[in-house]
Design a protein around this ligand. Sequence first.
Ligand SMILES: Cc1cc2nc3c(=O)[nH]c(=O)nc-3n(C[C@H](O)[C@H](O)[C@H](O)COP(=O)(O)O)c2cc1C
Length: 421
Amino acid sequence: MADLSINFAGIKAPNPFWLASAPPTNTGYQVQNAFRAGWGGAVWKTLGQPIVNVSSRYGAMNYKNHRIAGLNNIELITDRSLEENLSEMKEVKRNFPNHALIASMMWETREEWHDCIKRCEDIGVDGFELNFGCPHGMCERGMGSAVGQNPDVAERITAWVKEVATKPVIVKLTPNITDITAAGLAAQRGGADAVSLINTINSVTNINLQTMSPSPSVDGLSTHGGYCGPAVKPIALNMVSELYNHPEFKLPISGIGGIETWGDAAEFFLMGASAVQVCTAVMHYGYRIVDEMKTGLSDYLEQNGMKAPTELTGIAARKLRRWEQLDLNYKIIAHIDPEKCIGCQLCYIACEDGAHQSIALQSHTRVPKIKEEHCVGCNLCSLVCPVDQCITMVQIPNEAGRLTWPEHPANPNRVSHSALT
Ligand SMILES: Cc1cc2nc3c(=O)[nH]c(=O)nc-3n(C[C@H](O)[C@H](O)[C@H](O)COP(=O)(O)O)c2cc1C
């Protein structure tokens, strides 16, 4: 196996797979089970003034046969006392000295932050994660995403923590913001050693059509919650890459959001992460999924002649460009493999009604035909085709002549993506 050990912002761990702060890291019993199962680190369920939770707490977006394509929760931070949490964290650290144990927390006053940081350092945690992200319950009290959405406040609280912390400080960012780079740069100005993202996205997952109430239902009422799981991965990948590509942003990134497999984790590395965290997939399938993650990532590194996960960091992010820098002269069209086609004609319907009318039906066979002269190479047919590799996109010479994107320097509404050069 490749060496998966990492040093993330000064925090060492046997591998880059950490549990995100959430129910799987509620107790010492759980975190020790997770470390035995192979997780390299754990971010403890957020410490703070203990709260009382409601029931029920979770809602899910099931998509066809995929249970929990997206998970929504209205749970708050830890409901246990600081003393109870610290005593269990101390035991975890004693039994697993080489695993990364991170204390997540959120407090209101500078004194509270200082006190908790010092008490966590006394019991030997390896680092801190400042929860500036939870989008429900705590933000109404001026914490969580209320901090992450206000760069000045995020910078100030990070600086408070850095006044006393001797261990690395990770700032966990909220995705409920227009420009993630503003939040990341604020954390950097405050002295953070790293950032992690994403926390959950504001959402209501579904409405019960019998009771006409949103879920999760608390005696018939509900509240908006935080969305996570596979459905949020594309949003998280984009935000990670926006930070990674920002010329002034220099901190390492812990990628979070919808990671279920080694491949998902590799995508986060490729988009700029140097470590990853997982929550929903563990809530769904258990700690055991880390086995596949470790062997899969190790094989992938070996196949690519790489020795460490961080060799992947940013390779795909560096291939992102501003729209107008893409080559207008590159042309592909769809090709249907008649041997693989099952004749469902979904590609025809999608192209006819939803795209560019570039696929024709044929009278002698159910295999549709691409109208090559009309095909714009949009990909839709290959995306709806239920058979892998049946519709592929092939490059053809472009006969339209050299095309370039017109400059619009005078338009005051012109968006300049500062993250991309
Ligand atoms: C039930 C639940 C509780 C959570 N509690 C916390 C928390 O206390 N602190 C925190 O920073 N994030 C919390 N999160 C957010 C996760 O740590 C993570 O950022 C988010 O779920 C995205 O990762 P995922 O798609 O792997 O679940 C919670 C998520 C869930 C589903």
